[in-house]
Write a protein that binds this ligand. Structure first.
Ligand code: SF4
Length: 245
């Protein structure tokens, strides 16, 4: 097949099917397309191998058709949900890939921090907007975030997902929820032992993560914040920091 002049997408990894480990679609069989490159550098990023420029050599420039062939092979042609993650997948041209997959009956979910809006957001099935709290040491451009919501319009099911490490993050999550009253909100206790991009043997402090989960549940219940859902990362509990699962 010829792919002359087709725009390419920087791909860090494609894997699955496995289950979605977090947020809106937790537990759902999914193939992951993880793109390379991110406009953020969160202090606790768990995907630095798909973020830092020094890993560019590991990323593959692929056309939408090439990615689609891989996803179809992994899923045996059985339509399922494809999760577009990163890095920040919004900085890649993914509209054609989504259109190709929809032709075959697949569904697409995308997670982004909400810093870059794309017209093709409206063609997604699910959009998880995950603005980064103070512990990430990033600051949120709410105008850019609003542009993402506008681009999605009434297309995908759109939710907010907030990682929470501490009280400041919790306050940020409450502010974000107050700002977007119509969006379902998912709170996720942070993993303070994220994988290192150079070694795959960093052991997750599961008791520590569970302690933070309990703390978060207590806060939500004490605050009578009954619209929030608290969910740990299922894949971290099952497989630690292993990649490709
Ligand atoms: S936005 Fe996501 S991928 Fe980018 S640095 Fe932050 S946690 Fe990592």
């Amino acid at each position: 097949m010829k792919h002359v002049n087709a725009p390419t997408i920087r791909v860090s990894e494609i894997f699955g099917p496995t289950i979605q480990g977090e947020g809106l679609l937790i537990g759902l069989p999914t193939v992951f397309v993880r793109t390379g490159g991110c406009d953020y550098r969160c202090s606790w990023c768990d995907s630095l191998h798909a973020v830092e420029n020094r890993f560019r050599g590991d990323w593959e420039a692929m056309t939408a058709e090439q990615i689609w062939e891989r996803v179809r092979a992994l899923s045996g042609g059985n339509p399922l949900t494809v999760s577009l993650s990163g890095g920040n997948p919004a900085i890649q041209p993914l509209g054609e890939l989504i259109a190709l997959g929809h032709q075959d009956g697949y569904r697409f979910a995308l997670e982004t921090q909400g810093s870059v809006a794309r017209e093709w957001f409206s063609t997604l099935d699910s959009l998880v907007l995950s603005p980064k709290p103070p512990s990430s040491q990033m600051s949120t451009d709410w105008a850019a975030f609003d542009a993402c919501l506008e681009a999605a319009q009434s297309g995908p099911t759109t939710v907010l997902k907030l990682v929470v490490f501490d009280d400041a993050d919790y306050a940020y999550a409450k502010d974000a929820a107050a700002r977007y009253l119509n969006l379902p909100i998912y709170l996720q206790p942070g993993n303070h032992t994220p994988p290192s991009p150079d070694a795959d043997d960093v052991i997750v402090d599961v008791p520590g993560v569970m302690k933070r989960t309990e703390w978060l549940v207590d806060k939500v219940i004490q605050d009578r914040w009954f619209s929030a859902r608290v969910l740990p990362q299922l894949h971290v509990l099952l497989w630690g920091n292993a990649r490709g699962v």
